[in-house]
Ligand binder design. Sequence first.
Ligand code: IPM
Ligand code: MN
Length: 365
Amino acid sequence: MSSKGSGKGRPSSETSSPGGSEKPKRTVLVRSCSPSASGPRGPRVAVIGGDGIGPEVVAEALKVVRAATVELDTADFDLGGARYLRDGTILPDEVLNELRSFDAILLGAVGTPDVAPGVIERGLLLKMRFALDQYVNLRPFTAAAKGIDMVVIRENTEGSYAGEGGVLRRGTRHEVATQGSVNTRMGVERCVRYAFALAQRRRRHLTLVHKTNVLTFAGDLWQRTFDEVATEYPGIDTAYCHVDAACIHLVEDPDRFDVIVTDNLFGDILTDLAGAVTGGIGLAASANLNPERTGPSLFEPVHGSAPDIVGTGRANPLAAIRSAAMMLEFLGEADAATRVTQACTAAVGRAGTTVEIGDAVAERV
Ligand code: IPM
Ligand code: MN
């Protein structure tokens, strides 16, 4: 099924909303309160609806932003697996350069079962993360009933995602494949620093998650960097967890976590688990941040394109709407961001189609 053929094409059960079958309509531009044709138009946002349910959930996110009366100047980019199958385009450098001129990117989901694994993931998603230096992948998780209010800071440009390695004698009995993990002092330190600064603004607790007992080279670099930066933050309680133990804690004792900082691959896996224990991946939002703002940051739901439920109205738009709220926050619209996030929380568990849930959130903001 799709989850095998494409990294973002996850099973529908994870993203579907409680019911309904209405086909959602697509919104393209958000110009809710243009003062005049020549007046200021608000932040410029590149919108990549992408594949599968991506365009459906992004349309709801833009509808909610408009309801929050934030004006965005949006431009659609037709990118993803479907585009690739149509004309071979993934992310040409001219398009990447065009994206650089935007204030933010809002993405639905990319990936189709008919494209080999890695083509769109590496060629589009990872290319944007790396080239636009979105080195922090910030994923918040809340579940009031379980006392969970945590944020995972995942390093987003290095580790085993860097693409180090290769293959020799492919397809023969003597095939050799290596896939290394790249960890630089600079890359680890800037991510760890971001996590400390965030913990300082929250409950002042930061946990490093790694596997220092086995990955002794990379783990040592992470641990030393973490310990050194910690000396600059005496007010923050620090902890360390091996990634396997962190999985148990996430399920059995999640309220021990405030902020987690971890490497790229551990963060990928841990955030799917965190999504699953906090109401499902259909609620999980993420921000790929370039904190220095030398390029646009990208906001996207954690879930995939779920091609098996496309057009059924069963896609839950809340993760995409929450991702748009994170974008508003990053763009300086803190008040609107809070209203949208609160309206999403109120809509959790609500039955309805993609459009109905989007409408319900839009009415509350
Ligand atoms: C995510 C996704 C991506 C990742 C894939 C699709 C490349 O799983 O955003 O978590 O592994 O980072
Ligand atoms: Mn993932």
